[in-house]
Design a protein around this ligand. Structure first.
Ligand code: ADP
Length: 553
C-alpha cells in the first residue's frame, strides 16, 4: 500500500469508530460468556462469533480509510471476506447449542469450514468476481458493485443461515421445559437479526441510494450477540453480578489501553502503563472475590435447599412412624389387657388352687404383660401428642390427695425393691395450705406416677423421698421426688426429656425402658403451663425430678 497506517486511521470517520467500538463490545461480551464455562464447545464458538464481529469492525475501519484511495477495492473484498465467517460460525454455534452438552468432532468442524475456505479462495484469487468498489473521483465517494459471482456469495450465506436454525428447530420439536423456551427465544433473535443483516448487507445496495446502509447488518449482529448472551446467562443461571463486574472491568481496561496511544511523552507513557498494570491486578482480585462470594452464596443456597428437602423427608418419615406406632399399639393393647386380666384371675385362684411353681410363673407373666401395656400406652401417647389428638379434661385437681394416694400405691413396689420410701406434704409450715390446681387429673397422675416409678427403677438401693410443697408466694405447687440412685451426668440431663432418649448404659439397670415416659410427662406438663426438670450432682449421686404447677388462687 502506498500510504501509512496513520493516514488510514485519519480517514476513518467518527461513525467508523463506533462500528469498531461495537465490534469490541461484541468480542468482550462473548469473551465473558466463554469465560463463565470454557469447557463448553458452544461457548467457544460463540466467542469466535463475537470475535469475528470485532475483526469485521476493524476491517470496516480499514475499508473507510481506503475509500478515497485506489485500494478501496481491496477494502471491500476484505470486508466481504471477513463477513464470510459470520454465517458459518453462527450456524456452527447454533448446531452445537442444539446438541446440549455434546460436542462436535474436529473433523466435522473442518468439513463445516470447507465452503468458507472456497469462498475466501475465490475472493483472493479473483478479487472482482464477487464484489468490487467503484470510486467516484469527483466527490471522493464510491459504490459497492455486486459482480457476477455475487449470487454464489448470497447462496453461501443463506445456506449457512438455514443450516444452523434447521438443527435448532429439530431440537425444538424434541425438547420440553426450559430448554424449549430457550431455543424459541434464540430462534426469534436469530431470525430478526439475521433477516436485518442479510437485507442490509446483501440486498441493500440493490436499492440504489441505500447502498451505504450495509453496516446496519453489523449492528444487527451485535444485537444478536447481546440477546444471545442474555439468553445464555439466563439459561445457564450464571450470576449476572459476576458478568456485570467482568464487563465493567473489561471496558475500563480497554479504555486505559486506548489511552496509551494518547501519551505525549515517554514519562507519561510509563505512568500510564504503570496505572494500567495496577488496574489489571486490582481487577483480577475484584473479579475473583466477586466470583468467590457468589459461589459461596450459591453453595449456601444449595445446602439450605438440601436441608429443607431432608427436613421435609424426615418429617414425613416421622409422621409415618407415628402412624405405624398408633396402629400397632392399638392392635397389641387389647390382647395384652386380656392376658393380664386372666393372669390376675388365675393368680387369685378364680380357676382353682395352683401349685407354688405355677403361681411364680403367673407372677412373671403378670409383671411382663404390665410392662408391655405401659410401653404400649407410652407409644399411643406419643402418637396422640404428635397427631395433636391428646384429649385433656380440665377440672380442679387436689394434688395433695393425688400424691398421697399414689405414694401409698407405690410404697409396696419400693419396699419390694428394698428401698426406703417416704412422702412429705409440706402444708403445715404455711398454714394448712390447699394444693388445688386446674388440670387433667388422669394425666397429672400419669406424670407423678412416672417420676416416682423412675426413681424406684433407677435406685438399686437407698431411699426415695417424695415432697409436695408450695412456693413462698403460694402461687405455685412444687412436687419433687429425690432418690439416692444412679444419678446422671450433664449430657444425660440435657436429653432425657426427648423422645426415645435414655442414659448411656442405663439398660443394665432397667432393661425394658423405652425412653418415652419423660417425653410424655414433659408434653403433659407443658399443656398445664407448668415446668418439669431434673437435677443431679452426677452419676451415682442420685437425682431429683421436679414438677411445678400453678396453684388455684
Ligand atoms: P424409660 O425409663 O422408659 O427409659 P423415661 O423417659 O421415663 O424412659 O426416662 C428416660 C431416661 O431418663 C431413662 O432411661 C434414664 O436414663 C433417665 N432417668 C429417668 N429417671 C431417672 C432417675 N430417677 N435417675 C436416673 N436416671 C433417670
Amino acid at each position: 500500500m502506498s500510504f501509512t497506517v496513520l493516514e488510514l486511521f485519519n480517514n476513518v470517520s467518527a461513525f467508523g469508530w463506533v462500528v469498531v467500538a461495537g465490534g469490541i463490545f461484541s468480542a468482550v461480551l462473548s469473551g465473558i460468556i466463554f469465560w463463565q464455562d470454557t469447557t463448553r464447545q458452544s461457548n467457544r464458538l460463540f466467542f469466535l462469533f463475537g470475535f469475528v464481529n470485532f475483526v469485521w469492525g476493524i476491517v470496516y475501519a480499514i475499508f473507510e480509510g481506503l475509500f478515497s484511495t485506489p485500494d478501496a477495492n481491496t477494502g471491500v473484498v476484505m470486508l466481504y471476506g471477513t463477513a464470510v465467517f459470520i454465517p458459518t460460525l453462527l450456524s456452527l454455534f447454533l448446531y452445537v447449542f442444539s446438541l446440549e452438552n455434546r460436542s462436535v468432532s474436529f473433523l466435522k468442524i473442518v468439513v463445516y469450514f470447507i465452503p468458507t475456505v472456497v469462498i475466501i479462495g475465490i475472493l483472493y484469487l479473483y478479487p472482482s468476481f464477487i464484489v468490487s468498489y467503484q470510486r467516484s473521483i469527483a466527490d471522493q465517494s464510491g459504490k459497492i458493485i455486486f459482480e457476477a459471482g455475487f449470487s454464489l456469495y448470497v447462496f453461501y450465506v443463506l445456506a449457512y443461515l438455514a443450516i444452523g436454525p434447521y438443527f435448532l428447530i429439530k431440537k425444538y420439536r424434541e425438547s420440553a421445559g426450559i430448554f424449549k423456551t430457550v431455543i424459541h427465544e434464540l430462534l426469534t433473535a436469530v431470525w430478526v437479526s439475521c433477516g436485518t443483516a442479510v437485507i442490509m448487507a446483501l440486498f441493500s445496495p440493490l436499492f440504489g441510494d441505500w447502498h451505504d446502509l450495509f453496516w446496519v447488518g453489523h449492528f444487527a449482529i451485535i444485537l444478536l450477540v447481546i440477546i444471545t448472551s442474555y439468553i445464555l446467562i439466563k439459561y445457564n443461571f450464571w450470576n449476572i453480578k459476576i458478568i456485570a463486574t467482568e464487563l465493567l472491568v473489561s471496558i475500563t481496561i480497554l479504555i486505559f489501553i486506548v489511552e496509551l496511544f494518547f501519551a505525549n511523552s515517554p514519562l507519561d507513557l510509563f505512568v500510564r502503563i504503570l496505572t494500567i498494570t495496577l488496574v489489571i491486578f486490582s481487577s483480577i482480585f475484584l473479579v475473583r472475590s466477586v466470583r468467590r462470594e457468589m459461589q459461596s452464596g450459591e453453595r449456601i443456597m444449595g445446602l439450605m435447599y438440601d436441608i429443607s428437602e431432608i427436613s421435609k423427608r424426615l418429617k414425613f418419615l416421622d409422621r409415618k412412624k407415628t402412624e405405624f406406632l398408633s396402629v400397632a399399639s392399638h392392635h397389641l393393647r387389647d390382647p395384652l389387657t386380656s392376658i393380664r386380666g386372666y393372669t390376675s384371675m388365675l393368680k387369685e385362684g378364680s380357676f382353682g388352687e395352683l401349685t407354688v411353681g405355677v403361681k411364680e410363673a403367673l407372677d412373671k407373666i403378670y409383671v411382663s404383660s404390665e410392662h408391655l401395656i405401659t410401653m404400649i400406652s407410652d407409644f399411643m401417647d406419643v402418637a396422640r401428642i404428635e397427631g395433636g389428638d391428646m384429649q385433656y379434661v380440665f377440672s380442679d385437681v387436689d394434688m395433695k390427695k393425688l400424691v398421697v394416694e399414689l405414694s401409698s400405691e407405690m410404697k409396696g413396689n419400693a419396699e419390694q425393691a428394698h428401698i426406703i420410701f417416704s412422702t412429705t406434704i409440706d402444708d403445715v409450715s404455711m398454714g394448712n395450705e390447699s394444693f388445688i390446681t386446674v388440670g387433667d387429673a388422669g394425666k397429672l397422675r400419669q406424670v407423678i406416677s412416672n417420676l416416682v416409678d423412675n426413681s424406684i427403677k433407677y435406685t438399686p438401693e437407698g431411699e426415695v423421698s417424695v415432697l409436695l410443697s408450695k412456693s413462698k408466694d403460694k402461687r405455685k405447687i412444687l412436687f419433687s421426688v429425690s432418690d439416692t440412685g444412679i444419678g446422671m451426668n450433664d449430657t444425660t440431663k440435657g436429653k432425657i426429656f426427648n423422645k426415645f432418649s435414655r442414659a448411656e448404659g442405663v439398660s443394665k439397670v432397667y432393661t425394658e425402658g423405652t425412653g418415652l415416659g419423660l417425653y410424655v410427662a414433659k408434653e403433659i406438663v407443658k399443656k398445664h403451663e407448668g415446668r418439669i426438670w431434673a437435677e443431679s450432682k452426677g452419676e451415682g449421686q442420685g437425682s431429683t425430678f421436679f414438677v411445678e404447677l400453678e396453684a388455684k388462687m
